[in-house]
Design a binder for this molecule. Structure first.
Ligand SMILES: NC(=O)c1ccc[n+]([C@@H]2O[C@H](COP(=O)([O-])OP(=O)(O)OC[C@H]3O[C@@H](n4cnc5c(N)ncnc54)[C@H](OP(=O)(O)O)[C@@H]3O)[C@@H](O)[C@H]2O)c1
Length: 281
């Protein structure tokens, strides 16, 4: 490792094949971080690889499936062998499982928790001893406004994001004395492949929940029309990463700001009435 490499700060981003992960990897690399853009399927690496090559960015693509202990541990080991340090981890990989709770199998529910919650924990567990020994580092956990407010037919998704918020809130006290920070990024609707990748729990044609699910689908369409670009989330992530004293919670998007404001200024009953109106329930 030469002197320049030693000084370079190292960032790792999960779920970098598309959307927020892809843009965050590029933004961090442009800022001068030696960036490891990880993704579970390297066949999807062409887009980020060509963008990074065009600007000669310090970006390397590596395979990492956050559901898999060996994949996470091997990739983190490889980065440590290459660079000897990790300064930033952006836990971004995730997807949403959509459907009535009653019609969601435990298998699908567990898979949702495995990626969004345990997947993030797996990466944190692999990286935390490194950052603690370095006495510096920041973990950025991409949750959602859905980590603080819940909409219907998304129960396991919200469970995964609420859980990650709670875990992060507890963890921050433990790791702060070692110079390691944890922050949350809470976007509203973002224009990415997230909406295309929604996993439906079952075909709703003969579901008793069909009329309400259809209403919700219509409001999803409205939400995505006003969605913000993933670059906007990436810029807020960068701001938190380079700040000496970042906010613990970082809300991104006007939709998230206004919904969270309504939530904090009203009783649970008033908030539920407000939300039902949004969905036409
Ligand atoms: N878009 C929104 O409106 C929105 C709002 C709030 C929060 N978020 C959160 O933002 C994060 C990023 O989502 P996005 O909007 O950028 O959606 P996206 O374009 O669908 O990207 C999701 C990324 O996660 C990856 N991923 C999924 N499971 C994985 C696994 N087991 N291991 C490694 N990578 C995995 C996907 O890989 P593949 O390409 O292989 O599937 C993809 O790279 C998610 O945590 C999501 O919950 C999104």
């Amino acid at each position: 490792m030469n002197d320049q490499e030693k000084q370079m700060q190292v960032a790792v981003v999960t779920g970098s094949s598309t959307g927020i992960g892809l843009e965050t990897s590029l933004v961090l690399a442009k800022e001068g971080f030696s960036t490891y853009a990880t993704m579970r399927n390297l066949d999807k690496s062409a887009d980020i690889t060509s963008k990074a090559a065009r600007e000669d960015l310090p970006l390397t693509v590596l395979q990492m499936n956050v559901d898999d202990d060996k994949s996470v541990n091997d990739t983190i080991k490889k980065i440590i062998n290459d660079k000897g340090r990790i300064d930033v981890v952006v836990n971004n990989a995730g997807y949403a499982l959509v459907g009535a709770f009653e019609e969601t199998s435990m298998l699908d529910g567990r898979a949702q928790m495995e990626t969004n919650f345990f997947g993030t924990l797996r990466v944190i567990k692999a990286v935390l001893p490194i950052m603690r020994n370095q006495r510096t580092g920041i973990m950025v956990n991409v949750t959602s406004m859905g980590g603080r407010v819940a909409i219907p037919f998304d129960s396991f998704y919200h469970a995964s994001k609420f859980a990650l918020e709670g875990l992060s809130e507890s963890l921050r006290y433990e790791i702060e004395p070692f110079g390691v920070k944890v922050v949350l990024i809470e976007p509203g609707a973002v224009k990415s492949d997230f909406w295309k990748n929604l996993k439906l729990t079952r075909n709703i044609e003969d579901s008793p929940y069909r009329p309400v699910i259809q209403k919700l689908t219509e409001s999803f369409e409205k939400m995505t029309q006003n969605a913000i670009p993933p670059e906007q989330v990436a810029r807020i992530i960068l701001k938190a990463v380079i700040s000496d004293n970042p906010d613990f919670r970082n809300i991104v998007g006007e939709d998230a700001k206004s919904i969270l404001e309504v939530k904090s200024n009203n009783s649970d009953k008033e908030f539920q009435t407000f939300m039902k109106k949004q969905f036409g329930f």
